[in-house]
Write a protein that binds this ligand. Sequence first.
Ligand code: OFO
Length: 165
Amino acid sequence: MLTPAMVEKLNEQINLEFYSSNLYLQMSAWCEDKGFEGAAEFLRKHAIEEMEHMNRLFTYVSETGAMPILGCIEAPPHEFESLSQIFTATYDHECLITHKINELTHVAFSAHDYSTFNFLQWYVAEQHEEEKLFKGIIDKIQLVGEDGKALFWIDKDLAELAKTG
Ligand code: OFO
């Protein structure tokens, strides 16, 4: 049985995962519009992964007999300057998510809620992977530069990542 405070925190995270999904989906539309098809595919796939993160939390809250509550999801930005700005923003966003997961985990541990603490370990590990993934993309963009040809290859690389990642 979850405490009301824990349910509230988990519900906040459910809504945040929705936002992450919308953010990446919106970014994919910008990429599609600018002709970055690989980046668009990668972000679209990642938006689906964020919905899976949301669903995992939603199921956990339901299974413990509490009520997942969906709130208003803030509209994500839809105008971006460049591909590099998009991926810097995704990395910053993932760092924010890591911070939120750490906070949640701390609340669970402090309340001796070891079931939730254990459940959240999946997210702790996942955030390590997420930060690594997005940091890797920024590093690549910085390495090759941002002229047309370089971005063409980055886009191809992202298409491959969308297939395998
Ligand atoms: Fe990208 O990890 Fe969930 O939000």
